[in-house]
Design a protein. Structure first.
Length: 281
């Protein structure tokens, strides 16, 4: 099956599925945003926490934690599925969710700056390793002069892609690069196309190379072996658990972060994604 057909099928399934998917022990379990459920109940349970996430890998991780660790910890996790990077933070800001898990700290900072928001990071959870994938070339050095390269069109991930190319000595960029204007030297005259992040995996067959984050590489069937450049574990783009200042110290949020970074969760991440998703150390 081609990458294009795999993504189209996945997209159709997401479009027809319910947006909110409950991982609670029963459908009647209810979460709370600033409603006081974080103070716990008479039986010692912490209550419900609502988390916004993309399906893979964050949704998979949250489901595993709910199924394997949360009950013992007295926590119920409900997650709302999002299919893009633009809606989870507004949903958190307006109180629809208590936390989210999909973005790195740089993306969060950019959102706060552009929206006037004040969302905060509780801490890093995992690295969705991004890389350049190609159907035409086996290595970055093989990219020819004038190669067509697709990169994200949002400032965080566009700068991330350009820095990754620069780390291989293929281009030179400024320290604060966020877009093509930050390229200071392009000796092979690469031709860049800026594309919405969620669509980049579809661009792989039509480009000489395309930058794809693991969140979208996995549903497309892309593997670590197909990447001609892949981020290392020293990347600064680990995804964080984000919440509001009012909930940052909430026992539910603190327990959720503890479970997400539990060694058992780290082992699950490592065994499931074998290098494309890297748990925080």
């Amino acid at each position: 099956m081609t990458i294009r057909s795999t993504l189209l099928r996945a997209g159709a399934a997401l479009a027809t599925g319910a947006l909110a998917i409950s991982l609670a022990a029963c459908s009647g379990a209810s979460g709370s945003t600033g409603s006081g459920s974080g103070s716990g109940s008479a039986d010692g349970s912490l209550g419900t926490v609502k988390v916004g996430a993309l399906a893979t890998p964050a949704g998979d991780i949250l489901k595993w934690v709910q199924d394997n660790l949360a009950e013992e910890a007295g926590l119920t996790i409900e997650w709302t599925e999002f299919t893009d990077y633009n809606t989870p933070n507004p949903a958190l800001s307006d109180g629809s969710t208590d936390a989210n898990l999909f973005q790195n700290a740089t993306f969060l900072k950019t959102y706060n700056t552009q929206s006037g928001g004040d969302l905060v990071s509780v801490g890093e959870v995992y690295l969705p390793a991004a890389g350049f994938y190609s159907d035409k070339f086996d290595s970055a050095d093989a990219l020819p002069n004038g190669a067509k390269i697709a990169i994200p069109n949002d400032p965080t991930n566009e700068g991330r892609a350009l820095k990754l190319l620069a780390s291989e000595g293929l281009i030179t960029v400024s320290d604060d690069v966020t877009n093509l204007d930050g390229i200071t030297d392009n000796p092979k005259d690469f031709q860049f196309t800026e594309i919405e992040n969620a669509s980049l995996a579809l661009a792989v067959p039509d480009q000489d190379a395309a930058f794809v984050t693991a969140t979208f590489a996995l549903p497309a069937g892309l593997t670590e072996d197909q990447a001609i450049i892949l981020e290392n574990t020293d990347s600064s783009y680990y995804n964080v658990l984000a919440t509001t200042p009012a909930l940052e110290s909430d026992p539910r949020i603190q327990k959720l972060y503890e479970l997400l970074t539990d060694q058992r969760t780290k082992d699950y991440i490592t065994q499931t994604w074998k290098g494309l998703i890297v748990p925080v150390e």
